[in-house]
Design a protein around this ligand. Structure first.
Ligand SMILES: [Zn+2]
Length: 148
């Protein structure tokens, strides 16, 4: 994946872009946290993982994302983790219930449970989940860093 493609993740200046973020994040975003979008003084933009030093290719200013306070960044990382964990937890719960039905010989119930869960998720839960996720991310902070 090219670096340019990653830059959408932390930027998200349109609703559509933030939507896409949920499905197409850079590897490691969930555990290591979302990338930090840097806007250079010259206008050049780039997203890098937290703790990375980035040198602007246009004006050679050097930006160090470890200047962002650790606790601020951790708060954002927790939002990403929390919202990512919910669908996973739901999936595991449904899988457990399905397994229970299979083990108790109630196979027919599985064929009701799985489509029903998917329907409920896509009809009600997914959009509400995305709305809350966007709202939580909209509160994310911006920092003004000094170039080196
Ligand atoms: Zn620059």
């Amino acid at each position: 994946m090219g670096r340019a493609q990653r830059s959408r993740a932390a930027e998200g200046d349109t609703t559509k872009r933030r939507r896409e973020k949920i499905g197409h994040e850079a590897p490691g975003t969930v555990l290591r946290g979302p990338p930090i979008a840097i806007t250079c003084a010259c206008g050049q933009r780039h997203s890098v993982p937290y703790g990375t030093v980035w040198t602007c290719p246009d004006c050679a200013r050097v930006w160090d994302t470890s200047d962002v306070p650790r606790e601020d960044y951790e708060a954002i990382r927790r939002i990403t983790l929390r919202f990512r964990a919910l669908p996973v937890a739901l999936g595991l719960l449904v899988a457990t219930i399905a397994l229970f039905f299979i083990l108790t010989g109630n196979t027919t119930a599985v064929f009701v449970l799985l489509p029903l869960t998917l329907m409920v998720w896509f009809t009600y839960l997914r959009d509400a989940h995305r709305r809350r996720y966007r709202a939580a991310l909209a509160e994310r902070q911006r920092w003004t860093l000094d170039s080196r």
